[in-house]
Structures are given as C-alpha cells and as structure tokens.
Design a protein around this ligand. Structure first.
Ligand code: NAP
Ligand code: HSE
Length: 428
C-alpha cells in the first residue's frame, strides 16, 4: 500500500530525504507494509535547479496544496526557520497529519506548543534530525534510557564551530581565516551568527535537556558564550599544555537543580571529546543505571540528516501499521529549578605583564592570597619589556575566578588579561 508524504523544503536536507526515500522505498515497504511516495514538495523557487530527479508537478510554491491534500498523511518539514514553518506544522497537525521535522530552532522555541497540538489531534511529531544530524540522540533519551535518572549531558553539538576550532588547532589559523574556510567549503552558512555565537548549540541543548531531564527547558535557561573571542594564541597554548579548545554544551541535573551552559573550554587531550574533530558531533550522557555513554557521528549534511528524518518516518509508519500512531504520549514533566553552573573547574588564565624582576613573585603571592592554587605555569617574553603568562589553576569555584581576575587587574605590572576559560576534568 502506498503512503503519500508531503515535503516542506527541498534544500540540503530535503534533497537528501527525496534521494533516500527513493533508494529505500522497497525496504521501507518490507519493514512497515507501506511504500512511501513523496507526492508534493514545497519550495520558494520553482525554477531553481535541484540535485534530485523530480516528477513534473511534484514541486509547488503553494503550501495549501500540500496541507489541504487529503491523500497526504505525513508532512516532512525540512524548510527551517520559525515562520511560516510553525504555522504550516500546526495546520498539518490540526488536519490530523503526522509531522517529522529537522527544525531545531522551531522545536527548541515552540516544542511544547507543537507537542500539545499533536496530542490534542491524536497525531505524532518526531524530530530526531533536529539534534546531532545522523546521530541517534532524541530516540535513546526518549526511549532506551528512560530507566535511568540522567544526570549529565556533555557534548560537541555544533559542527560549524567544531570545524573552525579544529582548523585553528591544526593549522594555527586565526578565527576569521578558519571561518572563511568553513564558509568556502560549505560547512558554515553565509550568516554564521547562530553557530559561532553558540545559539545553535544552545537550542539543541534545550531539546536534549528537556527530554533527558523530563522538564520544560527554555533558551533563556542556558548560559551561552560562543567562540568569536577564541584566538589562535589560546588555541596554541592549549596545545602546549596538552589540551584542545572546543565549544562544549553541558547540562546537569543535581537533585532537581539544572545547570545548562554552552561555552568554549579546554579539553584534556585524553578526554574522549578531544578526538571529535571537524564537523563531527558527539554527546556524552551519564545515567545512574547505564553509566557513561558516548554518541558520535556526523552532526549535519544532506544524507546524514536525511538518515535521521527517514528513520522517524519509518518509526511512524510502523506505529501507523500497528494502529498506535498518535496514542497519548506518557510524557513526564517535572518541576525543576534552573541554577547557574557553579561547579568548580580548573581554569586557564592568560595575561601579560611587565617583564621585570619580582613581578612573577608578586603574582604568585596574589594567587596564594586569593586561595587559588596553580597547576601549570608557562611564561614567554612576547616583546621587549612584556611577558605573557599562562596559568592553569587547580579546581576553583567560578566566583573565586572572578575575584582573581579583579585582583590581577588591580596589580600595577599586569597589562591585560586576555583569556579566562574553564578546563574540563579528565573524567567526570
Ligand atoms: P536549506 O538548504 O536552506 O533548504 C531550505 C528549503 O526550504 C529550500 O528548498 C527552500 O526553498 C525551502 N523554503 C524555505 N523557506 C520557504 C518558504 N517560506 N516557503 C517555501 N519554501 C521554503 O536548509 P537545510 O540546510 O536543508 O535545513 C533545513 C532544516 O533542517 C533546518 O531546520 C535546519 O536547521 C535543519 N537541519 C539542517 C542540517 C544540515 O546539515 N543542513 C542538519 C540538521 C538539521 P528554495 O530551495 O526554493 O529556496
Ligand atoms: N549549523 C549546524 C551545525 C547544522 O553547524 O552543526 C546542523 O544542525
């Protein structure tokens, strides 16, 4: 039996979905009893060249043709953005069509509203592709790991920034050069703001944390810092002390107190996340029963993302076949408090000082007075009369690092503080 799908968007992901649906149609029929056919596809520009073969009349620029088509029972949304994608999805749900979406921005900002309407209409919304591209993350957190109390999420969930930071580490390039290369190779978008400023990772963290911690998480709950201020110098110093610099998203649940954060951090070279390079993504999950798990793979791209989209379509077709698609979900929503991340971390501090006798001794005294213990110290003369000092501290609470920064700035021979960054523990 054929099942008609309506596709909203035929760009990078949409084209992958078209190609993979054709390639796997027979297998899907064997697995589910339904032979999938993409009946109509919404685009903006009907005359653009597409990288997949399409039937005459398959494209439309009129969303109503798809949303009002009674043959279409599943809408696959790969157009992106908030509007009109939100309105189209809500209309599809109200018309009792199931929805599969890759749209992390929409799910992060309007997930609760969309899930509510789906539940009221007795249909499903699936969004595995919204986080981590090909990597199964939503499914394991929603299904396979539900016997656990998940306490920690930690990962690299933005491929663009990981590509940029990997380039900076491997070639010594500065941020602007690495970003330009990422754009030239198609890894970074023309407007890379949401990636480099950490917003894309924060939105993905909102989705993951909501599912893992069974609560409602909002974007404003996440402390976000991107990678714009990361310099080639800090990347090279990180290497010298056996670390790599990564944009890390963390979520923790300590007895109902949640901390959610995206920020650049130094990762020790023997930490599993240190080896996640280029546009790859990885997520570390800790469950009280499962222990530590690590998910790794391609976080974006046409076919990797299509793999996740089509996986959701197949799950949906199975449920339709069993007559259970859209059954009320047993979602637990717990009240939890969001608190700032004040866990103690080691810190990397880079600053420049006057290169003259006694200065380092006074700095060492000042660290002692501030109750901050030094773990690693590097000093280099950068120009006549100026030295640069890099200190990695032992673990200190974040409020103490602010006091240390203020005390350093008050010292007469300290010229500037260039960078203060956390260093992730070797094992959590
Ligand atoms: P894209 O290449 O820009 O494709 C967007 C498609 O949607 C295009 O075909 C475009 O039509 C169509 N479209 C956009 N706005 C429209 C509108 N108002 N009316 C009609 N058609 C419209 O985007 P993408 O990279 O495939 O991303 C799609 C979604 O997947 C986004 O939510 C993104 O966050 C998510 N995602 C992407 C990746 C990835 O690797 N790219 C990975 C994971 C998740 P035209 O072709 O005519 O312009
Ligand atoms: N812009 C995203 C990234 C694409 O760089 O990871 C996948 O969501």
């Amino acid at each position: 039996m054929n099942v008609a799908l309506g596709l909203l968007g035929c760009g990078t992901v949409g084209e992958g979905v078209v190609a993979l649906t054709v390639r796997r149609a027979d297998k899907i029929k064997d697995l589910t009893g339904f032979y999938p056919v993409i009946e109509q596809i919404l685009v903006r520009d009907l005359h653009k060249t597409r990288n997949v073969s399409l039937k005459p009349g398959q494209l439309t620029a009129n969303a109503s043709e798809i949303l009002e088509n009674p043959n279409i029972s599943i809408i696959v949304e790969t157009m992106g953005g908030i509007e009109p994608a939100r309105s189209y999805i809500l209309e599809a749900l109200r018309r009792k069509k199931h929805v599969v979406t890759a749209n992390k921005d929409l799910i992060a900002l309007h997930g609760p509203e969309i899930l509510q309407v789906a539940e009221e209409s007795g249909v499903e919304v699936l969004f595995e592709a919204a986080v981590g591209g090909a990597i199964p993350l939503v499914g394991p957190l929603k299904e396979n790991l539900t016997a656990n109390e998940v306490t920690d999420l930690k990962g690299i969930i933005n491929g663009t920034t990981n590509f940029i930071l990997t380039k900076m580490t491997e070639s010594g390039a500065d941020f602007d050069e690495a970003l330009a290369e990422a754009q030239a190779l198609g890894f970074a978008e023309a407007d890379p703001t949401s990636d480099v400023d950490g917003l894309d990772a924060a939105r993905k963290l909102v989705i993951l944390a909501s599912i893992a911690f069974h609560t409602k998480v909002e974007l404003g709950d996440v402390q976000v810092e991107g990678i714009r201020r990361v310099t080639a110098r800090d990347v090279q110093y990180a290497k010298e002390i056996g670390c790599v610099l990564k944009l890390i998203a963390t979520g923790s649940d300590r007895a109902g107190k949640l901390s959610l954060r995206v920020r650049p951090a130094l990762i020790p070279g023997n930490h599993p996340l240190a080896h996640v390079s280029g546009s790859y993504n990885a997520l570390f999950v800790r469950g009280d029963a499962a222990g530590d798990l690590m998910f790794f793979g391609r976080g974006a791209g046409s076919m990797p993302t299509a793999s996740a989209v089509l996986g959701d379509v197949i799950a949906l077709l199975r449920n339709i076949g069993l007559g259970v698609a859209g059954s009320p979900a047993s979602r637990i929503l717990l009240e939890k408090q969001v608190v700032p991340d004040d866990l103690p971390y080691r810190h990397y501090v880079r600053f420049s000082v006057d290169d003259m006798p006694g200065v380092f001794a006074r700095i060492a005294n000042m660290f002692g007075d501030a109750q901050v213990s030094m773990e690693t110290v590097l000093q280099k003369r950068v120009s006549h009369g100026e030295a640069e000092i890099v200190i990695v501290t032992h673990e200190i609470p974040s409020n103490r690092i602010d006091g240390l920064r203020d005390a350093l700035l008050r010292m007469t021979n300290v010229r500037a503080i260039h960078c203060v960054m956390p260093v992730e523990p070797l094992s959590d």
